[in-house]
Design a binder for this molecule. Structure first.
Ligand code: HSE
Length: 403
């Protein structure tokens, strides 16, 4: 019998308990051993809850119990969750988590601590909600040199952008709805300012490069400046607007950024709508592969946590090691402004001559509501900034996702 403790009985934690209990027989048949949730740690009481007898308030009850071999950390934050994770790992208890902030901040230390204590620190649910992406990178894509990972990694902002695009919905109303549906972070700024997607691409980038990609080193821009006129231009140009988190390996120069991008309607990521996430990975042998699914929500995320529980249980039974591509050292990032791309530029129609004389090779003039929109030729963002310096009028710029 494998005995598990769940730290935090909130949205994801209660989902983890539900998945382990509702699919108990199925999971047991797949790992050839039953799994039982023995404890749930939470500060609160849950009178009337069917699991109320499993609630404990003292983490030491869990840490001191030799029967507990796997701990699911679904508390969030980088305070108590960090301390409890370290204690569990140093006592040889494997930890599975959905806590991307903790993974992004302390991933290498916790992975190393797990290795030292012959247990595992797994974090499938930290990126892309229910989408299997960490395990495929560690296993299925192990023979590949991954040259880029480009993703829609935040369900809340994708939900907001989709509703703005398809329904012309009001930003504040849609954000409120996303919060009600349990998609948004406690602090919605983490979603709309791009920080959540940034932490997720930092985690994927660390697996891609084998070294820690620091989120603080990355350029991060959210969706708060995107308006209905941007969508009108995007639509007229057969594109849509998505919050894209990307990491690119250009002959060893690694660049990473999070920002709204215009995406051609025929790109697979353009069809990723609502709370869904899509992760488009390019390998040097495989070519492109895309992972798609629900990027947020209770049971989708909980399922990914439980997939780690299953992985650990199987590995423990067989005595094998679970691979992790995230090694030691820090990954140097090159300024994203040095990477070549194309850009959508928008000015008031009366200023279009100024823009055309500042930036060479503009294509596809589109005029909507007194504004003119253009697509630049291939250039670096640094070159674009230089061209626009001193133009003397406001220019709205949105990057284009390269196909
Ligand atoms: N707030 C996150 C999102 C939850 O909207 O994607 C899942 O990480």
């Amino acid at each position: 019998m494998i005995k598990v403790a769940v730290l935090g009985y909130g949205t994801v934690g209660s989902g983890v308990v539900q998945v382990l209990q509702d699919n108990n027989e199925l999971i047991a048949s797949r790992i050839e051993s039953p799994i039982e949730v023995k404890y749930i740690l939470d500060l609160r009481e849950f009178p009337g809850d069917k699991n109320e007898d499993l609630i404990v308030h003292d983490v030491n009850v869990i840490m001191d119990d030799p029967e507990i071999s796997i701990v699911c950390e679904t508390m969030g934050g980088t305070g108590a969750a960090y301390e409890f994770t370290k204690t569990a790992l140093s006592r040889g208890k494997s930890v599975c988590t959905s806590n991307k902030a903790l993974v992004e901040k302390y991933g290498p230390e916790l992975i190393a601590l797990a290795g030292k204590n012959n247990c595992n620190y797994l974090f499938e649910a930290s990126v892309g909600g229910g989408i299997p992406i960490i395990r495929p990178i560690n296993t299925s894509l192990a023979p590949e040199h991954i040259t880029s990972i480009v993703g829609i990694l935040n369900g809340t902002t994708n939900y907001i952008l989709t509703k703005m695009d398809t329904e012309g919905a009001d930003y504040a109303d849609v954000l409120k709805k996303a919060q009600e549906l349990g998609y948004a972070e406690r602090d919605p700024e983490a979603d709309v300012e791009g920080h959540d997607a940034g932490r997720k691409i930092a985690i994927l980038g660390s697996l891609m490069t084998g070294k820690t990609v620091h989120y603080e080193d990355m350029y991060v821009e959210g969706i708060t400046s995107i308006d209905t006129l941007d969508f009108a231009f995007a639509g007229a140009m057969n594109k849509t607007v998505k919050l894209i988190a990307g990491i690119y390996d250009n002959d060893g120069e690694i660049t990473a950024l999070v920002a709204p991008h215009m995406v051609n309607k025929d790109h697979p990521l353009a069809g990723v709508n609502d709370v869904f996430n899509g992760i488009y990975v390019t390998g040097n042998m495989l070519g492109e592969v895309m992972f798609y699914g629900k990027g947020a929500g209770k049971l989708a995320t909980a399922s990914a946590v439980v997939s780690d529980v299953v992985d650990i249980a199987r590995a423990d039974i067989k005595g094998v090691k679970i691979p992790c591509a995230w090694g030691e050292g820090s990954q140097k990032l090159t300024d994203h402004r040095q990477r070549k791309g194309r850009f959508f530029l928008r000015v008031k129609e009366t200023d279009s001559d100024k823009l055309k004389s500042a930036v060479n090779g503009l294509a596809e003039e589109t005029v909507i509501d007194g504004h003119a929109g253009y697509i630049t030729g291939l250039m670096t963002e640094e070159e674009l900034d230089k061209a626009l310096a001193g133009i003397g009028t406001d220019v709205k710029m949105i990057r284009l996702l390269q196909a």
